[in-house]
Design a protein around this ligand. Structure first.
Ligand SMILES: Cc1ncc(COP(=O)(O)O)c(C=O)c1O
Length: 386
């Protein structure tokens, strides 16, 4: 059994979560923001990093055969996704992948669709590259959210060129089903829309929910869509900057590879090694991590139901991010975030960051020892009970 209860001192490593709280929140808070975790990494990973770092040369380095083999095996075994080595293109980050895809497949002024609320760099990258941002709000069914296919179709009719999907979805924790994804693929195919599936959270699913990669939906899906994934969220190695495109349509792959080649971007030798080791040795670690996160999520949900009934939340289907609805308090977003940071002394992400639908909400990171989650909830309760 891995020990996810252990509190690891991260201060002094220049990590954003613990070393930048004052900069982000104005004073020291219990940090429950950003999307990395406070757990120790897989022991085999740390050993491999130390071993490689102890060799006194760090020259240009290629991916080992095991890098490709382990990515392929991991995806086959865990997601039923078949791929070959040639489908994989390494990139430092998934947001970098979004930028390359936009650069390769769309041009200035083209419309790009996203479902909101969603991870904010989707919008900023689209706008930053001078593409037109088109949004479709997720529909609420109680605390459950679904895509609004009617609204998306109306927008696609108007000439959308690409859609960026968050699968599983940050911040609302949906693990999209094969049926939902199939409906989306059909819609995109009908209107000639490229479908980019951001699958960075794909390994973190629990409570009986199983990730469905866009590339396993249908033959049509492989034609019009492609995905980016990474070991970064799964194994808590975001700082190592290793991600990858999986592209099975050769035409799309060629265009994107050309765009990446033009910028001469690759990943570094530690990123290659970490990816190889995590996917090669990390299955049990991830299974236990998912069980642990599921317990943390159930704790927060139960805590809100029993101790903070005005805060509405739900157990997500995946990710280690929870979506807390504080709107019953009737505060402005600024008042809410000030109360959380100044009175509760906790650092959460503002829901408004992810789109207008997030006003009244805050995002809580539960990728940490349960004692920290308990402490954060206690502090929130004390502030909101006043
Ligand atoms: C949906 C999603 N995509 C991408 C990223 C960031 O990816 P990267 O650091 O690889 O650019 C995050 C980080 O939270 C995320 O939640």
């Amino acid at each position: 059994m891995y020990n996810f209860d252990k509190l690891v001192e991260r201060k002094g490593t220049d990590c954003i979560k613990w070393d930048m709280t004052e900069k982000v929140y104005g004073h020291d808070v219990l940090p429950m923001f950003i999307a990395d975790m406070d757990f120790e990494v897989l022991p085999e990973l740390q050993e491999a990093m130390v071993k490689r770092a102890s060799h006194p040369t760090f020259g240009y380095t290629a991916a080992s055969p095991a890098y490709f083999e382990n990515i392929i095996k991991w995806n086959k075994e865990r997601n039923g996704l078949d791929m070959v080595k040639e489908d994989i293109i390494a990139v430092p980050g998934v947001v970098t992948a979004i930028a390359f895809a936009l650069n390769a497949l769309t041009k200035d002024g083209d419309k790009v669709l996203i479902n909101t609320p969603v991870y904010n760099p989707f919008a900023s990258t689209i706008k930053g590259l001078n593409r037109e941002l088109v949004t479709s709000s997720l529909k609420c069914e109680g605390t459950h959210r679904v895509m609004d296919f009617e609204d998306m179709e109306a927008k696609m009719k108007d000439g959308v060129k690409m859609m960026i999907l968050c699968n599983p979805h940050n911040p609302i924790g949906r693990v999209w089903t094969k049926e939902e994804l199939n409906q989306l693929v059909e819609l995109c195919a009908k209107y000639n829309v490229y479908l980019f599936s951001d699958e960075i959270h794909s390994d973190i699913c629990y409570g009986g929910h199983k990730h469905c990669s866009i590339l396993t939906v249908s033959e049509k899906a492989k034609e019009i869509s492609f995905c980016a994934m990474a070991p970064s969220k799964t194994f808590n190695i975001a700082g190592l900057k290793s991600s990858m495109f999986i592209i099975q349509n050769p035409e799309i792959r060629e265009k994107i590879a050309g765009s990446i080649g033009a910028f001469h971007v690759g990943i570094d030798l530690m990123a290659y090694k970490a990816t190889e080791v995590c996917y090669g040795h990390g299955a049990k670690w991830v299974d236990e991590l998912n069980e642990y996160l599921y317990e943390n999520a159930k704790f927060v949900t139960e805590f809100c139901e029993t101790q903070l009934p005005k805060v509405k939340t739900f157990v997500p289907e995946g990710t280690y991010l929870m979506w807390l609805d504080f709107s019953e308090y009737g505060l402005t977003q600024e008042e809410l975030m000030n109360k959380l940071k100044d009175e509760a002394n906790v650092g959460l992400n503002s829901g408004a960051t992810y789109g207008d639908e997030g006003v009244g909400f805050a995002r809580l990171n539960i990728g940490c020892p349960k004692s920290m989650v308990e402490q954060a909830m206690k502090q929130i309760k004390a502030a909101f009970d006043k």
